[in-house]
Write a protein that binds this ligand. Sequence first.
Ligand code: AMP
Length: 390
Amino acid sequence: MITFNELNLSDDLMRSIDKLGYENPTLIQEKSIPSILEGKDLMGESATGSGKTLAFGCGVIERVIPKKGLQALILTPTRELAEQVRTEIDNLANNKKLKIISIYGGVSINPQFAALKKADVVIATPGRFLDHLERRTVDTSKINLIVLDEADRMLDMGFIDDIEKILSVCPKQRQTLFFSATFANRIEELVRKHSVDPVKVLAKKQVDPEKMKQFYYDIPKNLKMSLLIHLLKNESSDLVMVFCNTRKSTDLVVKNLRANKIDAIAIHGGFTQNKRSQAMDTFKIGKAGVLVCTDVAARGIHVEHISHIYNYEVPADPTDYVHRIGRTARAGEIGQAINLICEYDHENFSRIFREFDFEITKIERPYIERVELILPPRRPQRKGFRGRRR
Ligand code: AMP
């Protein structure tokens, strides 16, 4: 293991890192920071929680000069991640007077016009940034560093065309950094198309089977909610996340947990930014013990002391499963992932076994009291939408 001192960071940056209390670089930081500082293009394989934000954050801080126009653009899949990245880069920039802003949809566009004029660094979701490009309210001519954070997720969310358009209008003379949990072919293709001789860095976070226990219950569909309620009431836990595949089932689960006197709160892509931030704050300070959420809404969010992850439904993409369970057993703590498997989960569940070498132990179903299912009011569906909403 190396120390931050060996990474040739500026004194200012070293002071910021010191202030944040980080003692040693993480694997992705150790492996990527030298190439990032040399100005090389890079693709970094790294999961949430690996410390990738600080890795590219160092590049941003060392490169950008205050008041010289927009020089660094960081694209993230969600508003929450954009906010989180902005906070972290703000903390790193502590001693340097940089104007760092985040730009995303779901909030009024008007205040963003003025903010963009003064910004040195922008963290944005692709849709809203493209909106600004089309309105000509952002000047991309000085951009010399672009980061695609959680590139795999951005592609999953259908941002590929937006990303292509954004990259194509930015100056060719620039450094481009791609961070992604996996390097599927489509990511490699994107990297090939938009970078020059990229350095490839592998630093995937491993699931430690000593710290992280994975279980599953086989349960008929009509008893799933009853089992979840039983487990939440009977397992002693710290903070708990319950993952669902769609907004609809997130609404269903949170409503039924509350009806059964479990302090639960929900976030999914259908909530306003304000409501999502409020819910996250309530959860982080421990005011609600259970967060019910979709993958999209929870992506990239870092909350400490999560002891249990429940998969009310198994995700279709095995990488989402890894992201979900990676929320627990952090920083030496122990954690459990518990899967509630009914008929419709079998296909997704077997996909996880095909992709990863996980040990997931079956637990026999305990005696459970059957609860009466309460259905939430129907949300209006947007016309013409056919896919699952998350
Ligand atoms: P990220 O993968 O960028 O989302 O980072 C995950 C978390 O790790 C963030 O909350 C950082 O504050 C924290 N972190 C980043 N680098 C380090 C480090 N070298 N040592 C300890 N914690 C770190």
